[in-house]
Design a protein around this ligand. Structure first.
Ligand SMILES: C[S@@+](CC[C@H](N)C(=O)[O-])C[C@H]1O[C@@H](n2cnc3c(N)ncnc32)[C@H](O)[C@@H]1O
Length: 242
């Protein structure tokens, strides 16, 4: 079982849904696992990239799983009210056009249907830069993307003897890549509250790396004018109901 499938089953009642869509399925292993274990349900899974790992997962795909290469900001391939449940894990922090995405999700859910998601790490959290953020030896300091502008980030990389190719890659990932929402916790919450959804469950996940010294550093150079309370929140676990 993938940890994402375990999380979903703990967080919500999968049993009562029969048409289920996963957004941003990555390597597609979670949807494959769920389809294999719930033969009475129909699963759909989309991602706008098919990774090498995903292509491997596609062999022996169960019959009750439909895989589509598609952008989550446009779900026009699905009819109104089609799904009982939609879920995503670590995807929403990549979608800048969050309102457009949520309105599409709302449209394709049936009345009473749920959008269940885990969003992490927020841009406003310690690892929100998304450059090898899961690695212990990541050269970007915690929250560094929030108080270092491009010039200071480049200087810091030089000081750490990071080679120029890696530095270029870091600069692109942190400051230019367009598949990162760069929405803070506060902005994300505001957008979600502006949709037609009812919020049935809202749990915040604390940022374990938070420390007042980081907050002070950001306060001195708050490039993105962040609400400093956002620094304490790594992610959210949410159920939205139509
Ligand atoms: C951090 S990965 C998470 C993958 C998977 N959900 C997991 O838990 O392992 C984010 C995934 O979202 C996908 N993604 C990001 N923006 C997307 C969009 N607008 N439409 C479809 N997929 C998107 C990426 O291609 C990537 O596979």
């Amino acid at each position: 079982m993938t940890w994402q499938a375990g999380w979903l089953r703990n967080f919500t009642n999968v049993e009562s849904s029969f048409k289920i869509l996963e957004i941003g399925a990555g390597n597609f292993e979670t949807s494959k696992y769920l389809a294999e274990n719930y033969s009475d349900k129909n699963f759909f899974a989309i991602d706008f990239v098919f990774s090498k790992h995903a292509l491997q997962t596609f062999s022996n795909t169960p019959r009750n799983l439909t895989i589509v290469k598609h952008d989550a900001r446009d779900l026009s391939l699905f009819q109104d009210g089609y799904f009982d449940m939609i879920f995503s894990v670590a995807v929403l922090e990549h979608i800048h056009e969050l309102k457009i995405h949520l309105d599409e999700i709302y449209r394709v859910l049936r009345k009473g249907g749920h959008y269940v998601f885990y969003e992490s790490p927020f841009w406003s959290s310690s690892l929100g830069h998304h450059y090898l953020h899961w690695k212990e030896d990541c050269p970007i300091p915690h929250y560094g993307h929030l108080y270092l502008d491009k010039e200071n980030m480049e200087n810091l990389m030089k000081k750490q003897n990071i080679n120029s190719n890696t530095t270029r890659h870091i600069m692109e990932r942190v400051y230019s890549r367009d598949d990162l929402s760069r929405l803070s916790y506060t902005k994300t919450k505001k957008i979600i509250e502006s949709t037609n959804f009812e919020i049935s469950k809202w749990q915040t996940v604390p940022d374990q790396n938070y420390d007042i010294t980081y907050e002070k550093r950001i306060e001195e150079n708050n490039i993105y004018d962040l609400n400093l309370e956002d620094l304490k929140i790594k992610g959210i676990e949410v159920i939205l109901t139509k």
